[in-house]
Write a protein that binds this ligand. Structure first.
Ligand SMILES: C[S@@+](CC[C@H](N)C(=O)[O-])C[C@H]1O[C@@H](n2cnc3c(N)ncnc32)[C@H](O)[C@@H]1O
Length: 210
């Protein structure tokens, strides 16, 4: 975990400066997320990075909470919220794992995890925790790098890159595996809307049954 915190802390300033890779796909993800939100919603953004998503969603919810393991990402996210005068976002530093108990079960209307699920140490536990935290009928929207369906030998490549400090821990999974895992966690109405992203991006919308 320490290695990954250092990796994301080192990347934070560059990440904040870098333009979004595929702006139209990002806009489409946000449109789909906004369409699920109601003005009174309390929404959690896991792996919030520098707060780009949380700040875009803020006008459409009562409160957005962002969570990230990186102190630097969260520092930048807080700076951006202050500069933009957004007062219904709040960013916290923590890994998303069972040690994080900031919210009661069934207390959140929606959870987003953009570019996060392939990074967590225990994806099964993370999906169970997301399910637990959501109110019945709540939405879960994720965007995940799914590198398991290409010919590129990502597993050994990522192992070496991580060892060199050039990559974080990242699981190599297929979209099919991820969809099965989300279903196993109990989610319903699972779909993968087309957003014009790279073939290795799995954008998924799901709900907790009411
Ligand atoms: C690829 S960035 C994505 C940031 C943002 N969601 C976005 O789409 O721009 C991944 C973020 O997840 C955070 N992260 C990685 N593992 C995490 C964990 N276990 N718990 C919370 N945040 C984590 C990293 O610090 C980083 O800011």
């Amino acid at each position: 975990m320490g290695t990954d915190v250092a990796f994301w802390n080192n990347l934070a300033e560059t990440y904040a400066r870098k333009p979004v890779e595929n702006p139209s796909a990002f806009d489409r993800k946000i449109e789909i997320t906004k369409a699920r939100m109601r003005p009174g919603d309390v929404v959690l953004d896991i792996g919030c990075g520098t707060g780009s998503l949380a700040l875009r969603l803020a006008p459409f919810a009562a409160q957005i909470y962002g969570l990230d393991i990186s102190t630097e990402m969260v520092r930048i996210a807080n700076d951006k919220a202050r500069t933009q005068g957004v007062d219904n976002v709040s960013f916290q530093v923590s890994p998303f794992d069972p040690s994080w108990t900031a919210f009661e079960p069934e207390s959140l209307d929606g959870i987003c995890a953009y570019s996060l699920l392939h990074l967590v140490e225990d994806r099964t536990a993370a999906l169970d925790q997301i399910y637990r935290l959501l109110k019945p009928g709540g939405f879960f929207i994720s965007s995940t790098a799914c590198l398991g369906e290409t010919w590129v030998p990502y597993r050994p490549l990522l192992t070496v890159m991580r060892w060199l400090g050039k990559a974080p821990r990242a699981a190599v999974i297929s979209k099919q595996t991820l969809a099965a895992e989300v279903q196993r966690a109990g989610f319903v109405d699972i779909s993968q809307p087309e957003i014009g992203a790279a073939a290795t991006t799995c954008f998924m919308v799901a709900a907790k049954g009411s």
